[in-house]
Design a protein around this ligand. Structure first.
Ligand SMILES: C[S@@+](CC[C@H](N)C(=O)[O-])C[C@H]1O[C@@H](n2cnc3c(N)ncnc32)[C@H](O)[C@@H]1O
Ligand code: SF4
Length: 376
């Protein structure tokens, strides 16, 4: 199978839109016709797998996707039976990592045991904060107790690989508030914590009516003390925002950060596939209505050769240990010489390592400066 791609499946609906979110998510108006969406996903797969030459030539009977990610939106709004059917119809390796994002506020609709028997073996629970006043400011539909209950329920159902998503740098947040959120997450002993700094994205409610965010000094303190807390509790930071205990790294995301290939199914899903000497980006219609009207339509765009170094570095340098130097050529098809001068200059400034495609501690702090060197 080509380059062992990952599989991303997008579920574009949420109970309501959060004011900070720019993911392709649409508030639920009526009940979604779940079966129709599933049929669209299968049609989408049918056509992508037979028209993208790299996939067409793959021998799925021998092997299957090693990582699958059901993201959203809120995939946990979908019934486990439909997830089971989807997983049965797609080529998935027996030992694949299969993640689903779940919102605590939707757990009354969910049955974690059935998701597990459907073949989902990793849950990513969107906690965001453990303070109810903060959750209200973030427009979340759940409270802190519901997150605690969701994690307990997932574990009782048999999930042994659980991630908790948290955000920091939240409106009015103090250092103590941010550490309280981390401590509350750690107390639930998840295998993995994603700890994202809140960004104000264009066209969101927060961009239109910006909340008061912590000043830079507090943000810097939160980052330093938060990283210390996580490290002290055995969570090793392996990507800018990702921390794992006992090496429970997210293999699906590691594939993205290593500039690996992935297939994107569902409304607004993106994919990246390498074929011959080219790298193609694929994209599906974002509007669920349009996607379901024409699920087989995929726009494809070739990534220009001069953009490849920046695209590769934007991913690889997010990994704390980066990648091997040879991964650059393996994944982009370009000779290292194309970037050798820039790289050597950055080594001399102490921003990247000479032996790996990786930043130093200083380079990670000034990642934007490092990346600028690869802008064509
Ligand atoms: C695809 S999103 C949402 C998953 C799920 N629907 C939820 O909200 O719980 C994955 C994660 O991205 C993070 N995220 C979303 N918008 C963000 C933003 N503007 N800044 C930082 N992190 C963000 C949140 O932690 C969220 O859980
Ligand atoms: S629930 Fe998740 S995907 Fe949906 S709007 Fe909120 S952050 Fe975005």
């Amino acid at each position: 199978m080509l380059n062992s791609p990952g599989l991303y499946v997008h579920f574009p609906w949420c109970i309501k839109k959060c004011p900070y979110c720019d993911f392709n998510s649409h508030p639920l108006k009526d009940d979604v016709d779940q079966k129709r969406y599933l049929d669209s996903l299968l049609e989408d797969w049918q056509v992508q797998s037979t028209t993208i030459p790299a996939l067409e030539n793959a021998d799925f009977s021998q092997d299957g996707f090693k990582t699958v990610f059901f993201g959203g939106g809120t995939p946990s709004l979908f019934k486990p039976e439909l997830m089971a059917k989807l997983l049965r119809q797609l080529p998935i390796a027996v030992d694949a990592e299969v993640t689903m994002e779940a919102n605590p506020g939707t757990q009354e609709y969910t049955d974690f045991e059935h998701y597990l028997s459907a073949g989902i073996n990793r849950l990513s629970i969107g906690a965001q904060s453990f303070q109810n006043t903060q959750l209200a400011k973030l427009g979340r539909v759940h409270n802190s107790a519901e997150t605690v209950a969701a994690v307990a329920k997932a574990r009782a159902a048999g999930f042994t690989n659980i991630n908790i998503d948290l955000m920091w740098g939240l409106p009015g947040q103090s250092l103590e508030d941010a550490l309280f959120d981390l401590e509350s997450a750690i107390a639930l002993s998840p295998q993995h914590i994603s700890w994202y700094q809140l960004t104000i994205e264009a066209k969101t409610e927060f961009a239109k009516r910006p909340p008061l965010l912590p000043i830079d000094g507090i943000l810097a303190e939160i980052e330093i003390k938060g990283n210390e807390l996580l490290a002290g509790q055995g969570y090793s930071r392996y990507e800018i925002s990702a921390y794992a205990k006992d090496a429970a790294f997210c293999q699906h995301n590691i594939n993205y950060w290593s500039f690996g290939d992935y297939v994107g199914l569902g409304a607004g899903a993106h994919g990246k596939v390498s074929e011959d000497e080219q790298i193609l980006r694929t994209q599906k219609a974002s509007q669920p209505r349009l996607y379901q009207g024409e699920p087989t339509k995929t726009s494809k765009q070739r990534v220009a050769e001069e953009q490849l170094p920046l695209e590769f570095m934007m991913n690889a340098l997010r990994l704390i240990d980066g990648t091997s130097l040879t991964t650059f050529t393996e994944k982009t098809g370009l000779d290292w010489q194309v970037i050798a001068t820039q790289w050597d200059g950055l080594v001399a400034q102490g921003l990247v390592r000479p032996d790996r495609c990786s930043t130093t501690e200083l380079g990670l702090r000034y990642l934007d400066t490092v990346l600028e060197k690869f802008v064509s």
